[in-house]
Structure formats: C-alpha cells, structure tokens
Write a protein that binds this ligand. Structure first.
Ligand SMILES: *Cc1c(COP(=O)(O)O)cnc(C)c1O
Length: 356
C-alpha cells in the first residue's frame, strides 16, 4: 500500500478485508462496499481533520437536519484499472467543481480541494484491490455531504459530514430500454435545483418512474416543466438524439445537470467529425423524425451506465420504436470513452487522472 497524502488524514486500517467474500463476476450495482470509508466533519465553522476508517455505520442524532429538510448533495464517479495495474479517475476536477456548485445551491459550505483529492486518492489506493482490470469493470465512487446538526428549525445546518464510499461495479446489459416522454410530472423547474446533484431531486423522480414502470417503461424522459414540449434528460442521465448523421442534445441550464459524460461525448463527436447541435430539442421534431425514419438513435449518457441506448418511446399514447443499428453512435462513443477511461486509448484531451 502506498499512501502519503499531502494533507493530514487520520487513518485506521480495517483488521480484515471483506474482499474474499465478493463474487466479482456477479455484482449487483451499488450493493457491496469496499473495506474503507472517508469521512470529514464540518463544525465550528471549519472542515475538521479528515479520516479514513473501516467501512461501517455512521451514527447521527435523530434530529440531524438532513432528515427533515433534505439538505444533502452527492457525486458519482468511477476509478478504472488498466492491464498493468494502474488506477485512474476520469476528469475528477469536474466532479469536484460540481459538488461544490451543488453544495452552494443547498447552502452547504464548500469542501476544500486538497481534502477531496487527497482523501479520494488515499482511499482508493488503500482499496485498490477492489478495482478490477478489464473494460467491463470499475469502482463506483460516491461522495456525499449531509447536514448533521440536530435542530428542527428550517434553516441551514451549522454542521455537516462529507463522506466518500466506494462500490465495485460491472458493466451490465440492461436489455432494451423503453421510455415515456413526461407529459405531467417534472424533475426540475426554472430557478430550482435541477442543475445540482441534490438528494431530493432523485426522491421526487421515484413516484412518476414507478408509474412508468407499471406501464412497462423503464425510464422517463423529462421535459421542461412549463410546456412539456422540450426534451431535457433521460431519467438520471443526459440525453442525445441522432437524426440522420447529426446529434442533438439540450443545452445545460438550471433545470439540466451538466454531465461529465455529456460534455465528453460532445467533444468526441467533434473528434469523430459528427455534427452535434447543442440546442433545445422539441418533442415534435423527434416524433416527426421518428415518423419519417430519420430518427436513428436515442441514448442516455452518464457515469454509471456510460451510454444507455433507448429502443422505444411513448408520447400521448403513441409508441415509437427504433430499429437496432449496427455500428451505432452509442456504441462508438461508449467504446471510445471506456477505452480512454481504462488507459487503453490515447488521452488527447488530458481526461485521465492517475491514482496509482
Ligand atoms: C449525474 C447526472 C447526470 C450525468 O452526469 P455524469 O457526470 O455524466 O455522470 C445526468 N443527469 C442527472 C440528473 C444526474 O444526476
């Protein structure tokens, strides 16, 4: 083990590793956690000395503000292992900036950059045997911040806990994803918190998503809250449409999350010479293109699934199906991204970040 963090971190090493009990070939996403946990508390107006300790429960006062008012934000990122045992992150400075952007919107104090990077590096180096090589494997990293002060008044907390936990992940084939375009519910509103990874955004999606599931659809494509005429996000992913050989994706705004995968695909499209229009995309133009056969692909983009192709969509009771496309843009982007992430392709944009 190599860990010489550039800031003080109190480290307690787990007595036993749980790794031998894990069947890495059959991992359910986000259910198994590595041996260690990073924790840092905010109190008396400052972030305290971080610690890394054996994975295990957190003890909170039942009055902790997060329980009443959902003052909480999170991030989602991954570590990848190459065939020589090198371990890498992908554009982690984007996640660092974003968690603080989310935190600011939720009136949570910003987290220091050196604690974020030194904490994450040390934690992942300690648990690096949990990152398996191979393009299908990764270690999902979940940083989050919760309001811990015991108080019932609806006001920002004076105390917080920043946590980083890790979970081994395997790429899996989810089958064909059928979606509905939202006509009634919304995930975000103008001036709201849609651009932030705020915990409450996700809880608010569960009920409408359950309704879609009951009708046989796996996900909801979120439309703008005012008119439901513009297509904005795919569940918890950004969304791309391919009409002919052009890509379309909505511009980011305060309703749309500025995804690292989305940003990277826009750059790869440029590298591949694929025109990509970043502009509002209407339900009408997508239905029209589906009718004429010009609509070739729809896919979601996000860290967890990378690229998730959509095979059919429903709107106002009408179902539109997309044909399977050999040599799809979705595959092209996914293969290139995953290869860059695993140090198996040139990194011309400097996206990889070495951990080990
Ligand atoms: C996290 C997230 C995304 C994808 O962001 P990545 O940085 O690509 O993982 C897209 N939409 C929503 C709502 C998200 O929470």
């Amino acid at each position: 083990m190599i860990y010489e963090p550039k800031c003080k971190i109190d480290i307690e090493i787990a007595a036993d590793s749980q790794i031998s009990a894990v069947d890495f070939e059959n991992i359910e996403f986000g259910k198994i956690f590595t041996d260690h946990l990073f924790e840092c508390d905010f109190k008396n107006g400052a972030w305290q000395t971080p610690k890394i300790r054996p994975y295990g429960p957190i003890s909170l006062d039942p009055g902790a503000r997060v329980f009443h008012y959902g003052q909480a934000v999170f991030e989602g990122m991954k570590a990848y292992k190459d065939d020589d045992g090198g371990v890498w992150l992908f554009r982690p400075e984007e996640n660092f900036k974003r968690i603080n952007k989310s935190a600011k919107r939720l009136a949570i104090p910003e987290f220091p950059e050196n604690y974020f990077f030194e904490g994450m590096k040390t934690l992942i180096q300690m648990d690096s045997s949990w990152v398996k090589s191979g393009l299908d494997n990764s270690l999902y990293i979940r940083p989050y911040v919760i309001a811990t002060e015991a108080a019932i008044a609806a006001a920002p907390s004076k105390e917080y806990k920043f946590v980083i936990m890790c979970s081994p992940a395997k790429a899996y084939y989810k089958g064909k994803v059928k979606v509905v375009f939202a006509e009634q519910y919304s995930r975000a509103a103008d001036g709201g918190v849609g651009f932030a990874k705020a915990a409450g955004n996700y809880a608010a999606q569960f009920y409408p998503t359950n309704l879609a599931n009951e009708k046989g659809f796996q996900q909801i494509i979120w439309t703008d809250a005012n008119t439901h005429e513009y297509l904005e996000e795919a569940g918890t992913m950004n969304i791309f449409f391919r009409i002919g050989d052009r890509l379309l994706t909505a511009p980011t705004n305060d309703r749309i999350l500025d995804g690292v995968t989305r940003k990277s695909i826009i750059q790869l499209a440029e590298d591949f010479g694929i025109p990509c229009e970043v502009r509002p995309v209407t339900v009408k133009e997508i239905k029209d293109a589906a009718r004429t056969g010009e609509l070739k692909e729809i896919f979601g983009a996000g860290t967890a699934a990378v690229v998730s192709p959509i095979s059919a969509f429903e709107h106002k009771g009408e179902l539109f199906e997309l044909e399977d496309l050999p040599g799809s843009f979705a595959d092209k982007f996914k293969n290139r991204l995953v290869s860059i992430q695993h140090n198996a392709a040139d990194d011309e944009h400097g996206w990889r970040y070495r951990i080990k």
